[in-house]
Every structure is written in C-alpha cells, then in structure tokens.
Design a protein around this ligand. Structure first.
Ligand code: ZN
Length: 581
C-alpha cells in the first residue's frame, strides 16, 4: 500500500517544463477565449466558442491549481507552491470576469432555446447554459462590477481575513498556560471530565478579549450580504443563498419541519448521555463531545480490509475502486509535520483521479473518514467524462456519496460488534448527528436573526450572545443544561464569516439527511439500487436539487422523506438509550 500521494501524473515538480508550459498556455487560453468570444459572428458561434474555450481553460486551471494546492496541503512550507498558487489565483480573477461577460450575453439571447435544440455541442451542456442565462437576471451591472469586486476586497473579504487573524492569534489562559483557542477547544474530547470543564470555562472567559472586533466582523459581513442580495435583485439573503445552492424554499421548509419534529428524540439522547455522565439538569455544553464506551483501534491494513469487506457488500466495484485508491497512491494517509489537518478529497476530472488527504491514527472515526473521503472519490468517478460545465455539484448534494459510505460502514459494523463497542460507536455517530442537525439548526436560527436585525442596526456582543442562547434553547431545549451553554458560538465558528457564502449551515443538515435517506432507499431496494445510485451521483451537477432527487424517485419537497432519514437516527437513539439503562 502507498501511504503518500503520487502527484507525478500531474507534473514531476515546479521545474518540470510541462508546468511552465501549462501556466503559459493558461494565460494565452484566456486571451484566446476573449478574442474568440468577441469575434463570434452570431449567438450560435458564440456558444460553440464558449464551450470549447471553457473546456480548455477549466482543464488547465484544474491541473495547475490542483498541483499547487495539493503540494501545499502536504507541505505547508513549500514556497514555490505558494508563489505559483498566487499566480493561478490571479488568473482565475480574469476567468471570473470573462464568465460574467458570458452570463450577460447568454441572458440577452432571445434564441437560446432554438440554439440548444439545434447545436449538437450545446445539448450536453444545456442545463448549465440555461442556468447562466438565468443568472444574468441577478448579475451586477457591468459598469460597477469591477468596482464592487474591488470594494469587497476591503469590505467583507477584509473582515473575513481579520476574523481569521483574531481566531488564529487568540490565546486562552488554561490552568496557568496560554494556549491557542483551537487546542483548548480540542480538550472537549478529553476522557477527563475536569479537563473538559476547565477548558470550557477558560474558553468562555477568554472571549471578552475579542468580542468587540469579532462582532464588528460579523455585522459588516452580514451587512455586505444584505447589500449584495439587494443589488442582485433577490428578496433576501436566504433567497440568494438558496438560488446559488440550486435549492428551493419548499425543500428547506420540508427539511426543517421534519427536523423540528425530531428535536425531542435528540434531546432524549442528550439527557441519556447526561445521566450516563452523572448530570441531573441535562448535558452541560462541555460534555457534548465527551467520549463514551470502549473503542478499539485499527491498523491501516485492518482499515483497508474492513472497508473492502463492508463496502464491497454494496457492489464489488466499490471494493475494487477503494483497493485501487490505496494501491495507486491516491491517499496521503498519516499525519506529519507541515501537513494540513483534517481530511478532504480533491478530484482531478481530466485524469479521472481523486486525491484524498487524511490524518489517520487508527480510531474508528478515522476509518469512517476514509470511507467518507473515498465516497467523494467514488462520486468523482461517477462524473467522469462529463463536460466541465456539468460537474459542478451544489453544496447540498456534495456530501451525498460521502455520507452514504459513512452510514453504510457504521450500519455494517454495528451489526457485528461487542456491546461495549456498540455503545461507543452509537454514541460517536449520535454526537456527530446532533452537531449536524441540532447545532446546525441553532446556527440557522441565529444567522437568520443577525441578518434580519442588521437591517436596523449592528448587534452588540451582548445582543449576539443573547441571540445565540435563544437559538440554542430553541434547538437543544432541555437536552442542554441551561447553566452551561455556549453564548459565544458565533465567535468561534468560521462559517458565519466567509464573505460571499451565507447560511453555510443548512447544506450540512441537508447532506447528512439526504445521504441517509438515499441509504434507506438502498436498504429497501438492495442491489437493484446500485445503478440508480450511480446515476443519481452522475446527475448531481445537471439539474436543480429537487430534480436530481426526483430522478431517482425521491421527493425532497415531502416532509415524509426527511422523516424517514431522521427515523434512522431515531433507531440509533432508541438503541443507545436502551444500552444506557
Ligand atoms: Zn465531505
């Protein structure tokens, strides 16, 4: 098994002549595209030129960008990777402006449908072209677009960067030591209750030092979001976000309705965990992540064998695919100095390859992460061969294959483990599901209130704390001890602060529940579902979310679909509560 990436199929290094030649080719492709589009005789020729140029530019950008980014995430101190990444990013600004001009032109075409029907090159990209034409209705007026883009650099973008600096340099006084915020938050997973509690108290106390600048960042970023949604002609920031996610209000409402109905189940789980840990008034925030039960560890070989055996039950092709990823250097497995934390999967479409980064240390959760990231890789495999214009999966659907894999793995493993291990695995899954459903719901309520209030005034830190506590009360209810909540969750979650990306919360809940709902379909239909599933993944970038789901008979407008997903979690909660008794 290879435990490091093999990136040589992209380039042999930054001094590889192919790298320089591709970088130059990208610059000239952008120029060439500008000329070709400007000199197209008519709309038909314009669309034909756009499709050709877009494929060439996307392919080069992806290759160069992937090589720089992947090199950097495996070796943060690689100065060359950083330098070239900057250059590629600058070029991508040019590509954005080019794409805005295409959007305007498509929006003005009276004969678009006629061309889509008669131009063979356009048919496979029809959805993307129609979507771009539609986008024109919401584009920023051409004369001010470059200025707005520049103002964003010193507005939302600057506040977002300030937020990251505040977060990265924030120190917490914990037991006589000054520690970075992330280290202190990491202590929430400690097996020692006094550590978890002291860390929580130290963390909460520390926020008063940064609450004023942090509140300014939040207020400014959300004000900019309001301004942009108005400028683009959306009724609200949420409407703009939903449109960008290819999702409709009906879907979101149906999901939240089912989530609200399921909150008492999650509270039952939280109360059972609280009792198990000796608390009487619900779970204190500092014990949300407390480990429960006994766990075993896995070597990489054991993880590999487990994944192949259990995922192979879905289809032998999945086992073959995973084995290939392990053997062919698709995965950078172990943690090491200079390598980025966490895990991700990056697809390189033109090579039909995916690169997975993990920090494997042998817990079941690490094995589950491998299943998750290889799910993304499988999704990329299903998209192979499609035009670049049609592989853009919106956020809500992006986690379908990864959650499907995680759910499948835990479903199989839970059916054959010892009771002690079962308690640990169930709890671990429920802890994560609670974050993705209950905490995310509180974040949605909180962000809605901040955006709403911002029309009137900038919220003070006290108002933000109060809004956060009310949001936690509405979602966690009696499951959380009222004396130990987290009024500063808005100060530590980066998701509220990415300018240009709002309500970066509901797509997670959607992803988890949709992935589970798809798995529930598999349980019903068995192996007959395998092809349908792959077709579903292949169509993720080809239609609005509700249509993609409907293509495999899933109605995301129906509350019942979401109820069924949530009932899978309820079964785990019932079992967990029974084991706790
Ligand atoms: Zn993922």
């Amino acid at each position: 098994m290879q435990t490091r990436w093999d990136l040589s199929y992209l380039y042999s290094g930054f001094d590889d002549p192919a790298f320089t030649s591709d970088l130059n080719a990208l610059k000239s492709s952008i120029e060439e595209a500008r000329t070709a589009l400007a000199s197209a005789d008519d709309d038909r020729a314009f669309i034909k030129a756009f499709i050709t140029e877009n494929e060439a530019i996307s392919c080069l950008t992806e290759k160069l960008f992937s090589y720089c980014e992947l090199t950097l995430s495996a070796d943060a101190s690689n100065a060359q990777a950083e330098k070239y990444l900057d250059q590629v990013m600058l070029l991508s600004n040019d590509i954005s402006l080019l794409s805005s001009s295409v959007v305007r032109r498509l929006g003005n075409m009276q004969n678009l449908e006629e061309i889509l029907a008669s131009l063979p090159e356009a048919a496979p990209c029809a959805f993307a072209l129609r979507e771009m034409a539609e986008e024109a209705r919401h584009s920023i007026p051409e004369a001010i677009e470059p200025w707005i883009l520049k103002m964003q650099l010193s507005g939302g973008g600057a506040f977002s960067m300030l937020r990251n600096k505040l977060d990265a340099t924030h120190l917490v006084e914990y037991r006589g030591e000054s520690l970075p915020l992330s280290s202190v938050r990491g202590l929430a997973y400690s097996p020692d209750e006094s550590v978890r509690r002291d860390a929580y108290e130290a963390e909460i106390t520390s926020y008063s030092k940064m609450e004023i600048p942090m509140a300014s960042c939040l207020n400014s970023i959300k004000m900019e979001a309001r301004t942009l949604s108005e400028l683009k002609g959306y009724p609200s920031v949420l409407d703009m976000t939903l449109a960008e996610s290819r999702m409709d209000r009906e879907t979101l409402d149906a999901m939240w309705t089912a989530v609200r109905e399921a909150l008492p189940d999650f509270r039952r789980y939280l109360l059972a965990k609280a009792r198990l840990l000796g608390h009487k008034n619900g779970l204190p925030f500092f014990d949300l992540f407390a480990p429960v039960g006994k766990s075993r560890t896995y070597t990489l070989e054991e993880a590999h064998d487990l994944l192949l055996r259990e995922m192979g039950k879905f289809t032998p092709k999945m086992a073959e695919f995973m084995d290939h990823a392990f053997q062919a250097g698709w995965i950078d497995v172990y943690p090491r100095a200079g390598k980025s934390g966490g895990a991700f999967c990056a697809g390189v479409h033109s090579f039909d390859r995916s690169l997975v980064l993990t920090n494997f240390q042998g817990s079941f959760s690490d094995v589950s992460t491998l299943a998750h990231e290889l799910g993304h890789a499988w999704h990329n495999r299903c998209l192979a061969g499609l035009p670049y214009l049609m592989i853009d999966t919106p956020m809500p659907l992006a986690e379908t294959a990864s959650i499907f894999n995680e759910t499948m793995l835990s479903y199989q493993v839970l059916s054959s483990c010892s009771p002690e291990e079962e308690l640990h695995l169930l709890e671990n899954g429920l802890m994560e599901a609670t974050q993705t459903v209950v905490d995310i719901y509180s974040r949605f309520l909180f962000e809605s209130e901040v955006i709403q209030t911002r029309a009137d005034h900038a919220m003070t830190p006290d108002e933000l704390k109060d809004a956060m506590l009310r949001a936690q009360d509405a979602s966690y209810g009696e499951g959380l001890d009222p004396a130990f909540r987290h009024p500063y969750m808005w100060a530590c979650k980066s998701h509220y602060y990415s300018s240009g990306l709002n309500f970066y919360n509901f797509p997670y809940a959607f992803g988890l529940l949709f992935g589970k709902g798809v798995f529930a379909r598999y349980l019903k239909e068995g192996s007959a579902f395998v092809d349908t599933y792959c077709q579903l993944l292949r169509s993720c970038g080809s239609a609005p979310v509700a249509e993609v789901a409907a293509s495999v008979g899933i109605d995301v407008h129906s509350v019942d679909f979401w109820r069924e997903s949530l009932s899978m979690i309820r079964r785990d909660i019932d079992r967990f509560c029974a084991l706790c008794e």
